[in-house]
Design a binder for this molecule. Sequence first.
Ligand SMILES: *Cc1c(COP(=O)(O)O)cnc(C)c1O
Length: 361
Amino acid sequence: MKYDRIYNFSAGPATMPVEVLEEIAAEVLNYKGSGMGVMEMSHRSKVFQTIVDEAEADLRELMGIPDNYKVLFIQGGATLEFAMIPMNLMKNGVADYIVTGNWSKKAYSEAKKYGKINLIATSEDRNYSYIPDVSDLPISEDADYVYICENETIHGTTYSKLPNTKGKPLVSDQSSMFLSRPCNVADYGVIYGGVQKNIGPAGLAIVIIREDLIRSDLDPKVPTYCRFDTHADNGSMYNTPNCWAIYVCGKVFKYLKKIGGLEEMERMNIEKAKVLYDFLDSSKLFYGTVDKADRSVMNVPFITGDKEKDAAVVAASKAAGFENLKGHKSVGGLRASIYNAMPKEGVEALVNFLKEYEANN
Ligand SMILES: *Cc1c(COP(=O)(O)O)cnc(C)c1O
């Protein structure tokens, strides 16, 4: 492949579009005649303000974000949001959580520090290999919000239908599915995610929040940085933002617009995932760990059912030039993260490798 790149199936930070990397490389020493690179420029400069404004405008266009939602660029990754969400959204001090894997479990544990958190559904009984029925949950009368992780990166599940929150705002961690398909933002109170899975470099979370959920009457002990109103009132520039990550994400937004937007991205992602799932469904050696209806289009965990065999396949895949296929320890086996930037050829090459491995072993 060009530049001696390999197929990188990392769950995050993850592979990025070559075209975007080339553009960035060309601008690293001198951004559009400014005489300096984006890493070196003041976040208060006009040229950087244009970068932020365009990034936000392009994201709004891609996702069709309504005017009554704010887009915030915040540091601390998705993990800081596990705390910021309850700190900012809990008025009654009550929230309902659905736990479908490691990431929602972490968010649930963190939220417990800040109020009464009800676990209203979980798939823990079968090691998070499915999404529970969320059509009629015991939503708490006084819940300030209902929380989900919409795509569990480690367990490889996705909601095919959003939960019925009975009027409560839905908060969704979309870290590992951000911009992988069209999304009706109005269905949510808050959508957020770290960008290093499906968009850009690590160190940035994007928070899309309905304006009426941004409060100014918070406990004064909430750190200034951890208040959504701090970021909303200062255009995400209360302090120095992650300028570099915002710039690179902005490039990816333009790239996605150019290739046809999120409808086209979804079409490509489904086609790509099908190549791998079809193989797993026909294989006698490998099988997917998730119930078919709840399978993620982004993260595909699969196993042989034998730990030693799994380890041997991972080692062989590495030798064959496929990186980061080792599954997370809580699922074992293998996991292929096939985000937006993974080309279909990469998945086809992986399937050819697995087929050959199966034939020879
Ligand atoms: C990776 C990931 C996180 C954690 O992201 P950080 O940016 O490392 O804090 C949270 N949620 C999901 C779904 C993830 O995939």
